[in-house]
Design a protein around this ligand. Structure first.
Ligand SMILES: [Zn+2]
Length: 292
């Protein structure tokens, strides 16, 4: 149900791209905001206070969309950092997702509280899913993602084309991939979050639970990342070292390629995992019972 809500939010974003005639890469969330008569965009250096905030002002019947432009420092005039673009897109989610919009209109200026709004984690995750769908629409991204199995080089190339962060691009690529692949975020030496493509799950590899341990290679690489000397690198492991296979013996020997991507700003070691298509057991090999 939760997943469904997030998918709906991304679909809504793609509808908005069509309605506003904005389906060109890189997507311009600023132009979309400017096309809405009731939105006023206000960018400033809000330091540590917030990345973005949407307020409804009843008397003027206006939404004020504040965004922190501190990440744009050093860029050429008019250019925006992927993080700024994501913040504005996230706030547009609060504007375009009907329950969010209604909430803000109901709230009124006097009782509006940012804390109140942030408390409902589902609402924030919906706005994030909207932002990812807006900046990385499946109509444009899916064909590019599925030319070949995912790699960090492909993710980097697409992040450049769509002007999005490596992490949000990689997550979206995995979600849209027709190849068996996954992405895992490692914090404090254990799995913090993961995303798995449908073909990976269909092959019998289920995402690890939060707090799971890493593969042997991952455990070896973790200290370098923690000390700040980690680099982009590749490794190899048995897929069962990362995924839950529910003791399906025929999956035990399948290898996974590990692509390590340190992201110090998120205190996260991101690991992209891919399996070559021909490395998966064929139907005959896996036809050894145990399945319903
Ligand atoms: Zn929000």
């Amino acid at each position: 149900m939760d997943r469904n809500r997030l998918e709906k939010a991304a679909e809504r974003a793609e509808q908005i791209l069509t309605v506003t005639n904005s389906l060109r890469k890189p997507i311009d969330p600023f132009a979309i905001a400017a096309s809405e008569e009731t939105i006023t965009l206000i960018g400033d250096d809000f330091r540590q206070r917030f990345d973005g905030q949407l307020e409804f002002h009843k008397k003027q019947n206006r939404f004020l969309l504040f965004y922190n432009n501190k990440y744009d420092c050093g860029l050429s005039a008019g250019a925006h950092h992927p993080r700024t673009r994501f913040s504005v897109s996230h706030e547009l989610g609060h504007f375009y997702l009907d329950p969010h919009h209604a909430y803000l209109r109901r709230g009124g200026a006097a009782h509006r509280s940012r804390g109140e709004f942030v408390n409902d984690a589902t609402i924030e995750r919906e706005a994030d899913a909207f932002a990812a769908g807006l900046l990385l629409p499946s109509k444009l991204l899916r064909p590019l993602v599925n030319e070949e199995q995912l790699s960090l080089a492909v993710v980097e190339e697409l992040a450049g084309q769509f002007r999005t962060s490596l992490v949000s691009t990689a997550l979206r690529c995995v979600a849209l991939s027709d190849f068996p692949c996954a992405m895992i975020g490692v914090r404090d030496g254990v799995v913090a979050w993961s995303a798995t493509s449908q073909p990976m799950i269909a092959a019998g590899f289920y995402p690890p639970s939060k707090g799971s341990t890493l593969s042997r290679t991952g455990r070896e690489r973790w200290p370098a990342f923690e000390s700040g000397t980690g680099r982009w690198s590749e490794g190899s492991a048995f897929a069962r070292e990362w995924f839950r296979t529910y003791d399906r013996g025929e999956l035990g020997g399948v290898h996974v390629t590990e692509h390590y991507l340190p992201v110090p700003s998120m205190e996260t070691l991101v690991v992209l995992l891919t399996i070559p298509d021909d490395a998966l057991p064929t139907d005959e090999e896996s036809d050894d019972g145990g399945e319903l």
